[in-house]
Design a protein around this ligand. Structure first.
Ligand SMILES: Cc1cc2nc3c(=O)[nH]c(=O)nc-3n(C[C@H](O)[C@H](O)[C@H](O)COP(=O)(O)O)c2cc1C
Length: 187
């Protein structure tokens, strides 16, 4: 079984990546495979509502989405992590979820998977962004196991999230719950 952590910050090696890696470490400790993928540097456009994906496999837009989509389809767990940008998820994350969301309506490949969001902010917009991302997981039929707090953490400059002990612990406990739920579902 494999858990995929998608880091939606345009900044490599930042707080979102650190938090996601921490969560994946908790999952790996339970014997599951993990993979962290960064959206940073990728060219992923938003959905253009052409509806090509309603009739065909894949998307009419030719950019960097396909390899990420392929990883999402085969993963047993999907974690989508975003920093808060102006009170919301980043445009990279939004573009990915718009496209992957529409593409998934045909075959419903995410239904019954496990997962949820992770969010990092300097100060405000954490809960809104967490819930914003939960909306996508809910429509996809992805089962969210929860944690010991909402999956939000605090940090501004690269590495600052390491000082947020509760944020790290929450992401860690979320990872443990993801692994536990996956094992129960696959018993
Ligand atoms: C364009 C932009 C908008 C931001 N908007 C917010 C915001 O609305 N609320 C907040 O608390 N932090 C905001 N931040 C700060 C980031 O959420 C914070 O620095 C975060 O740790 C970045 O994650 P990263 O290190 O993974 O890139 C913003 C940062 C940028 C670059």
């Amino acid at each position: 079984m494999k858990a995929l952590g998608i880091v939606g910050s345009p900044r490599k090696g930042g707080n979102t990546e650190i938090l996601t890696a921490h969560c994946l470490k908790a999952i790996a400790e339970e014997g599951l495979d993990t993979e962290l993928v960064r959206l940073a540097g990728l060219n992923i456009a938003g959905c253009n509502n052409c509806n090509y994906c309603f009739e065909h496999d894949g998307c009419s837009i030719e950019d960097d989405l396909q390899p990420i989509w392929d990883k999402m389809v085969v993963a047993d767990a999907i974690i989508v992590a975003s920093p808060v940008y102006f009170g919301s998820a980043t445009s990279l994350v939004k573009a990915l979820l718009e496209r992957a969301g529409f593409m998934s309506f045909r075959g419903k490949p995410f239904r019954g998977k496990v997962g949820g969001p992770l969010v990092v902010a300097r100060r405000a917009g954490k809960n809104f962004t967490f819930v914003e991302l939960l909306h996508w997981f809910h429509i996809m039929g992805i089962i969210n196991p929860g944690s010991t707090y909402w999956n939000v953490a605090i940090g501004r400059e690269k590495g600052e999230v390491e000082k947020d002990e509760e944020g790290l612990r929450t992401a860690w406990n979320f990872g443990k719950n993801v692994a536990d739920l996956l094992k129960r579902l696959n018993r």
